[in-house]
Ligand binder design. Structure first.
Ligand code: F3S
Length: 424
C-alpha cells in the first residue's frame, strides 16, 4: 500500500509506539485485501464488540494500552447492544450467576474502557445507531469503518454510504487512525452487482425469508433485486426502511452480503439503475415456492420439538419506532380478539435506548407492558448464546437470531398468534 508521508511517519513511531502498532494493523489488513491506499473516514464509527466477555482478555489489554497512551477515537462512537438487562429480561439465579461471574464478568470494566476511548454516551448501545432517533446516521457517499454486519449492509444499501464488512477491533483501530484501506465496497467497481434477483412472488415476501434466500444463494456477492419496488414503492418511508433493515440483516447473516441494490428504490439503484450490473451477472428467480422451501428447511434445534415456547424475542436488529408501535398495537388487538388480558409467552420487544425512552412516555407502552410485554435494549443473541438460555424453547421472528442461536423462527403473523395464546 502506498502511504502518505504522515501515515508513514505514524507507522515509524512519530505519534508513539501504540499508534504505530495500530497503524501497522490497519495497513496490513489493507495489504491482505490488495488496497492501494488509506482513505479518510468521513462519519463517526459504530463498534461491534459490546459485550464484556471474560475470554476477551487480549482486547482489554489493547484498550488499557490505548488509554494509557492517551489515545481516543477521532469522533465519539456508538456500539452494539448490551448483553444483559436484568430489569426487563429476567434471568434465573443460575443464569444471572453465569452471566455476571463467567460470561460477561468484564462488562462493567469494559464499558469503562469504552468511555475513556470515546464512547458517545451511555445510550449508545444499539445495533440500529443509523436510525435518526439515535443520530449516528451516515449520509450518501460517507466512508465508514464499521463492523456490525446488519449496520454495514444498511448503511451501504439504504443510505448509500461506503463500508466494508470489517471485523471487531479493526473498527476500533480505524476509528482511532480515522482512515480505512480502500478496497471492496469502498470502490465503484466493488459496488457493482454480481447477481440479478428477480422477484416473482404473489405478494410482498416476508423480509426475513427473502433476505435469507438471497443470502444463501449469493453469499458475499452484491445482489441487484428487481421487482420488489412493485410492493415497496419507490420511496424510503419508515415502513420501507424497517423492511430493508430486516431484509438486509438476513442477507448478511444467512450469507455475508454487505451491499444490495433494490431497483427503483435504494439510492444507488435509483441513480445508476441497471448500469450497476456486472456484464456476467447471474440470475436467480424468487418465487413463492422458493421462499416456502427456504422457510421449511430451517432446522429446529430444540431438544423437544413440541415444547411450549417460554420466551419470545422480537427485534434483532433492534425495532424501529414504527415497528415497535405496530407490534404493540397488533399484540393488543390480537389479545382483545382472543379475549385475553396478557400474552401467553413472555415477550421482549427490543429497540434502541432512544426509541425505548420515547415509547415509555406513551399510553401504548403502558397498555402493552400491562399485557406482559417488556421493552428492552438488550442484544437477544448475547442473552441466548449460552448453555443455560440455549436450552430454553425460545421463539423469534428474527432470522439472524435463528441463525446464530437455538431460537426457533416463526413468521411475523405466526409469532403474533403464538404469543397471544394461539395453539399450534
Ligand atoms: Fe443487533 Fe444483537 Fe441482533 S447486535 S442484529 S440485536 S444479534
Amino acid at each position: 500500500m502506498e502511504l502518505t508521508k504522515e501515515e508513514q511517519a505514524i507507522l515509524s513511531g512519530s505519534q508513539g509506539n501504540t499508534m504505530a502498532k495500530i497503524m501497522k494493523t490497519v495497513v496490513e489488513f489493507g495489504d491482505v485485501f490488495g488496497a492501494k491506499r488509506l482513505v479518510p473516514i468521513t462519519h463517526a464509527s459504530h463498534f461491534v464488540t459490546s459485550f464484556g466477555l471474560g475470554l476477551l482478555k487480549p482486547l482489554y489489554r489493547i484498550n488499557d494500552e490505548i488509554i494509557k497512551a492517551g489515545i481516543k477515537t477521532k469522533e465519539p462512537f456508538t456500539i452494539d447492544p448490551r448483553p444483559i438487562d436484568y430489569k426487563n429480561v429476567k434471568c434465573s439465579l443460575l443464569n444471572k450467576l453465569i452471566f455476571s461471574k463467567i460470561m460477561y464478568s468484564q462488562q462493567k470494566a469494559y464499558e469503562e474502557q469504552l468511555r475513556q476511548i470515546g464512547l458517545k454516551d451511555d445510550n449508545s448501545f444499539t445495533c440500529t445507531s443509523y436510525f435518526e432517533e439515535v443520530g449516528n446516521t451516515p449520509k450518501y457517499g460517507d466512508i465508514l469503518g464499521w463492523a456490525e454486519s446488519s449496520a454495514v449492509v444498511y448503511a451501504n444499501s439504504v443510505l448509500g454510504a461506503r463500508c466494508n464488512r470489517n471485523s471487531g477491533v479493526l473498527d476500533l483501530f480505524a476509528a482511532i487512525i480515522g482512515k480505512v484501506p480502500e478496497f471492496g465496497l469502498l470502490t465503484d467497481d466493488g459496488r457493482k452487482a454480481d447477481w440479478v434477483i428477480e422477484i416473482k412472488t404473489s405478494k410482498l415476501p416476508e423480509a426475513q425469508i427473502l433476505g435469507s434466500a438471497i443470502g444463501l444463494k449469493v453469499m458475499e456477492d452484491v445482489p441487484y433485486v428487481i421487482g420488489l419496488d412493485k410492493y415497496l414503492g419507490s420511496e424510503l418511508t419508515d415502513d420501507v426502511k424497517s423492511y430493508l433493515k430486516d431484509f438486509g440483516a438476513a442477507t448478511a447473516s444467512n450469507g455475508s452480503v454487505g451491499l444490495y441494490h433494490i431497483d427503483g428504490l435504494t439510492p444507488e439503484a435509483k441513480k445508476f439503475g441497471k448500469k450497476l450490473l456486472k456484464k456476467d451477472a447471474k440470475v436467480y428467480e424468487i418465487t413463492d415456492e422458493v421462499l416456502d422451501k427456504v422457510y421449511h428447511n430451517y432446522p429446529v434445534l430444540w431438544k423437544n420439538l413440541n415444547a411450549k415456547p417460554k420466551l419470545c424475542f422480537i427485534g434483532c436488529p433492534h425495532l424501529s419506532t414504527q415497528q415497535l408501535k405496530t407490534w404493540s398495537e397488533n399484540i393488543l388487538s390480537e389479545l382483545a380478539k382472543k379475549n385475553r388480558k396478557r400474552v401467553a409467552v413472555r415477550t421482549i420487544l427490543t429497540t434502541s435506548p432512544q426509541i425505548a425512552q420515547a415509547f415509555a412516555k406513551t399510553d401504548l407502552c403502558r397498555q402493552v407492558t400491562k399485557a406482559g410485554v417488556r421493552i428492552s435494549s438488550i442484544c437477544p443473541l448475547m442473552y441466548t448464546n449460552n448453555p443455560i438460555a440455549g436450552k430454553k424453547p425460545i421463539i423469534t421472528s428474527s432470522n439472524k437470531l435463528r441463525t446464530y442461536s437455538s431460537s426457533r423462527y416463526y413468521k411475523d403473523a405466526e409469532i403474533l398468534d403464538i404469543i397471544t395464546g394461539g395453539q399450534r
